[in-house]
Ligand binder design. Structure first.
Ligand code: GDP
Ligand code: FE
Ligand code: FE
Ligand code: FE
Length: 195
């Protein structure tokens, strides 16, 4: 299948190959499910199916890079040094988009932003950001307490899904005594008043 618009310099098959090359099978299969889930959410919300599919497929492209590789990019590109206080969970999205630019020559900022925002969200999220954020959370392979409620809410109202995920994630992080990335709090506060 060829992507219709010239969003990226690959066919879908080529892009799938690029993603598969960088991930183990479990993570690769997750990316394929997020691609399909993003397509479904795009259709439900009258959003560009192709763009949602590409961003969904790519969202965890950098998930399995070493801490060393991420730290090098953060330093070389003079990204926010606060990032250095966190780890892979935060880096693979926010910093991961840089690997997509540098290795895949994909420069569509809407796609890159959806990757950047897929873990911690953002105060303002485009429809694409919301679709990828939620597709990652509710794809059929996910199995955590509350996922069915998350699915129901998201299919009913995408934005309500975004707030639900943000709230659940924050709760979970506090309960398990994990450090909270400042962006996660900013997202929570912004979406609380948006809902
Ligand atoms: P995945 O890459 O498909 O596993 O999913 P995500 O990219 O959405 O999330 C990766 C991990 O980051 C999950 O375990 C989240 O709970 C975690 N996470 C999200 N926000 C924060 C945060 O503020 N701090 C920390 N420490 N972890 C977070
Ligand atoms: Fe991720
Ligand atoms: Fe996510
Ligand atoms: Fe993911």
């Amino acid at each position: 299948i060829k992507y219709e618009e010239n969003l990226i310099p690959y066919t879908r098959e080529q892009l799938v190959g690029k993603v598969q090359e960088k991930l183990d099978d479990k993570r690769f299969q997750h990316c394929l499910r997020v691609e399909q889930q993003a397509i479904e959410l795009a259709k439900e919300n009258d959003y560009d199916v192709e763009k949602a599919a590409i961003a969904g497929l790519l969202h965890d492209y950098a998930k399995q890079r070493s801490d060393h590789d991420f730290i090098k990019v953060i330093n070389d590109k003079q990204m926010n040094p606060v990032l250095l206080d966190y780890g892979n969970a935060i880096w693979h999205g926010v910093v991961g988009a840089e690997f997509i630019k540098d290795e895949l020559q994909i420069f569509d900022e809407e796609i890159l932003n959806a990757v950047r925002r897929h873990t911690v969200g953002a105060p303002y999220m485009t429809q694409l950001d919301q679709i990828v954020y939620m597709a990652d959370y509710i794809e059929p392979g996910r199995d955590f307490p509350g996922v069915d409620e998350a699915r129901q809410i998201t299919h009913e109202n995408l934005k309500k899904g975004v707030f639900f995920q943000t709230q659940q994630t924050l709760k979970h992080l506090v309960e398990t005594a994990k450090p909270i990335y400042p962006g996660t709090i900013t997202t929570y506060n912004a979406w609380q008043s948006a809902i």
